[in-house]
Design a protein. Structure first.
Length: 114
């Protein structure tokens, strides 16, 4: 059974950085995109960044220039480097893998506060 295990969330001051990781255990076939979503209290879940098997990355306008998504295909792991964090980035971050099936991580809390 495939599980996505996220790590790297936590408390950071505005302007700080965090790096999220999401590792998939088990075999996943025909992955075509790995991405990160986030959900703040009272808001809908939104796509933050996505990366295809070819390495093409897309970002939400709100994080462009500050966040970077990357992947290690051999390890079925996706990363999200978050720099210059703002209070509005505070949310639960979820990784997602789209393959023959869709897989979701359990979420990791990112808190941006002084």
């Amino acid at each position: 059974q495939v599980q996505l295990v996220e790590s790297g969330g936590g408390l950071v001051q505005p302007g700080g950085s965090l790096r999220l990781s999401c590792a998939a255990s088990g075999s996943i076939f025909s992955i075509y995109v790995m991405d990160w979503y986030r959900q703040a209290p009272g808001k809908q879940r939104e796509l933050v960044a996505a990366i295809t098997t070819g390495g093409s990355a897309n970002y939400a306008d709100s994080v462009k220039g500050r966040f970077a998504i990357s992947r290690d295909s051999a390890k079925n792991t996706v990363y999200l480097q978050m720099n210059s964090l703002k209070p509005e980035d505070e949310a639960v971050y979820y990784c997602h893998i789209a393959a023959i099936r869709h897989y979701w991580g359990q979420g990791t809390q990112v808190t941006v506060s002084s």
